[in-house]
Design a protein around this ligand. Sequence first.
Ligand SMILES: C[S@@+](CC[C@H](N)C(=O)[O-])C[C@H]1O[C@@H](n2cnc3c(N)ncnc32)[C@H](O)[C@@H]1O
Length: 222
Amino acid sequence: MAGEGVERLFDGVYMVGGKLATVNLAKGHRVYGEGLVELGGVEYRLWNPYRSKLAAAVLNGLKTMKIAHGMSVLYLGAATGTTASHVSDIVGSGGAVYCVELSERNMRELINVCERRPNMLPILGDAMHTDIYSGTVDSCDIIYQDVSAREQAQILLENSRFLKKGGYAYFVIKSQSVDVGMDPKKVFESELKNLRGRFDVIETVQIEPYDELHLFTVLKKL
Ligand SMILES: C[S@@+](CC[C@H](N)C(=O)[O-])C[C@H]1O[C@@H](n2cnc3c(N)ncnc32)[C@H](O)[C@@H]1O
């Protein structure tokens, strides 16, 4: 039961004083300058939809939220850990977030975040080359992918080997990374078409005004 002034939206996801939040797994510590709010003995971390596409999707009416307590998540394109840290709050200490990131610069900041969060594991590497982490990542319940790379559908297909049958993928399509000259709608269609036969499209969510030229999608592995 959420306390007074707190509304539960999904497992581990709340509205606190009208703002989206998760319960801070690393009490007293911020990841990206976000606000911390103490209510009823619980420390909430405000979740900025302008910094996190998952937060934007939740605020824009995402219905299918399968990321929950105890789950194991393969996170592709973790950057400096903004969204990954909220996913870490949601899955809690019984869950795991395997954070794959290509940029060494981002990785340095990500490691600092992971040091305070035992359920987050940083992996420096290209998500296209899954053999690098196949010995580390076990089968997972969820893939969360937000990579600024050209072959986005291809990266998801490569990584689907880790996803349990019936598992969900949160797949953010960034049209500018695939083709800057193409109509974004056409890019979204063609990326989803590349996944046909391997995934069902469960839901798509527009994330404007928080972010443009992206489509947030929820897929289920067949
Ligand atoms: C938009 S940012 C991710 C933001 C992050 N998901 C968040 O919400 O906090 C995209 C990230 O993908 C990373 N990236 C691009 N290509 C990649 C690849 N092939 N493998 C792993 N990471 C990649 C970039 O270095 C960048 O940090």
